[in-house]
Write a new protein. Structure first.
Length: 410
């Protein structure tokens, strides 16, 4: 991390908070699965319970974006942090009464808190760090979320095997309370400093106001399209990992895939800002679609451990560059007064795409088989990259991270 980012106390606290909420979310998922293992015999029932929280998250995303744009972001983060503390408290009741219905309420609380918290953090970053540090900040943020995912699942797996669930949820409550304390220490500048901004805050703002902006800005459309294609793979990630393990009859392969993919993200993320520098974020992110396509094509050799593991390393390296770049692009091109709604909209798209991708991956694995599916996905990724690169060249789209001292466009 850059010394300037380390000296930024608000940014450091935000990243610690991201680690806590990310690890807590994954820990809760593992603990909830453990609870459902005893009380919900049907796999379909388990998936439907988990989907309920995601579905309600999609419904509340537009309003969450309006809140993030209209009200003080620190207060939004604080309220969502306090609301999140209700999830483990609810699980105490679920454990006591052995009630799946109460557990479902806990799942909904977790997802609703995340739906409000995550886009608010994304919208707050441009006002917390210098414009010239946005790409580095987004890389750090992405690495923190990756570490939270890896660490959260690993630690939760150990905890549920050596502790009872009451203790696991009690520990998660302690960490969520620490998160609330950290949020109280944040200093997030208000976007509404001019009198016109203050008038705007009093007006009724609508979620739909961001759609004309998206249509008019080709760089945003390009990034949304390419990230949507990659989400098709990410949504079915766990199903594919399980399938690779079954084909090769190696249960340990799942652990190797998760470990190597996560490690490659972390290592490549260290070089993201240095290698991208002041290059065009649109064409650079588009060219990484070729690397994704190579990774998917390599995975089609599903019977070879070396091909599969090597392809996941390539995929992890591409992810480490691609997602921080498009997050930086969005923060540069989307005006500050609609960023809350935009990142809520993006979160809503991701949730919908994840569900579509999960169903599509399952269907394609049954109807096509894993190798034809991955080859088809590689071709689709390559076509998306080629098409969006042509659009970017034709419209002369050029988005670069501002140099030190320069301000964002919005």
């Amino acid at each position: 991390m850059n010394p300037s980012l380390l000296r930024n106390r608000t940014f450091v606290y935000m990243m610690i908070g991201e680690a806590i909420q990310g690890a807590g979310l994954w820990t809760s998922i593992i603990a909830n699965l453990q609870f459902m293992q005893s009380h919900v015999p049907s796999d379909l029932g388990k998936s439907l319970i988990l989907m309920c929280g995601l579905f309600l998250g999609v419904l509340i995303s537009p309003q969450a974006g309006v809140w993030a744009d209209r009200y003080d972001k620190k207060k939004i983060l604080l309220l969502s942090g306090l609301f999140r503390c209700l999830a483990p408290l609810t699980m105490f009741a679920a454990l006591h009464y052995e009630s799946v219905a109460i557990m479902l309420l806990s799942v909904v609380i977790m997802q609703l808190a995340a739906t409000v918290y995550m886009p608010t953090v994304q919208a707050a970053l441009p006002s917390v760090v210098a414009a010239s540090e946005l790409l580095k900040a987004n890389s750090v943020n992405f690495n923190v979320m990756t570490l939270a995912r890896i660490g959260g699942t690993a630690v939760a797996g150990i905890l549920v095997s050596v502790m009872n669930l009451y203790t696991v949820y009690a520990l998660s409550l302690v960490f969520y309370m620490i998160l609330v304390v950290l949020i109280t220490q944040l200093k997030i500048p208000s976007a509404a400093t001019a009198s016109s901004g203050n008038v705007r805050n009093k007006e009724k703002i609508r979620f739909t106001e961001l759609f004309p902006l998206i249509r008019q800005e080709p760089s945003i459309l390009i990034a949304l399209l390419n990230s949507g294609v990659i989400t098709l793979f990410l949504g079915g990630f766990n199903l594919l990992v399980l399938k690779f393990s079954e084909i090769q009859n190696k249960p340990e392969l799942m652990g190797w895939i998760y470990s190597l993919e996560g490690t490659s993200i972390l290592v490549a993320g260290l070089f993201a800002k240095r290698l991208i520098g002041k290059r065009n974020l649109v064409t650079s992110s588009t060219l990484f679609m070729v690397l994704f396509a190579i990774a998917f094509a390599g995975m089609s050799f599903s019977e070879s451990s070396y091909a599969v593991l090597g392809s996941f390393v390539i995929f992890g390296c591409a992810v480490a560059f691609f997602f921080p770049m498009i997050s930086t692009l969005f923060q540069i091109k989307v005006p500050g007064d609609v960023q809350g709604r935009f990142f809520s909209f993006r979160g809503m798209l991701d949730r919908v795409m994840f569900q579509v991708a999960l169903l599509a991956t399952g269907a394609c694995l049954d109807w096509l088989g894993i190798s034809p599916y991955l080859v088809s996905l590689a071709v689709l990724t390559l076509l998306s990259g080629f098409l969006t690169l042509l659009i970017a060249k034709r419209k002369a789209v050029d988005v670069r991270q501002p140099r030190s001292g320069e301000a964002l466009e919005g």
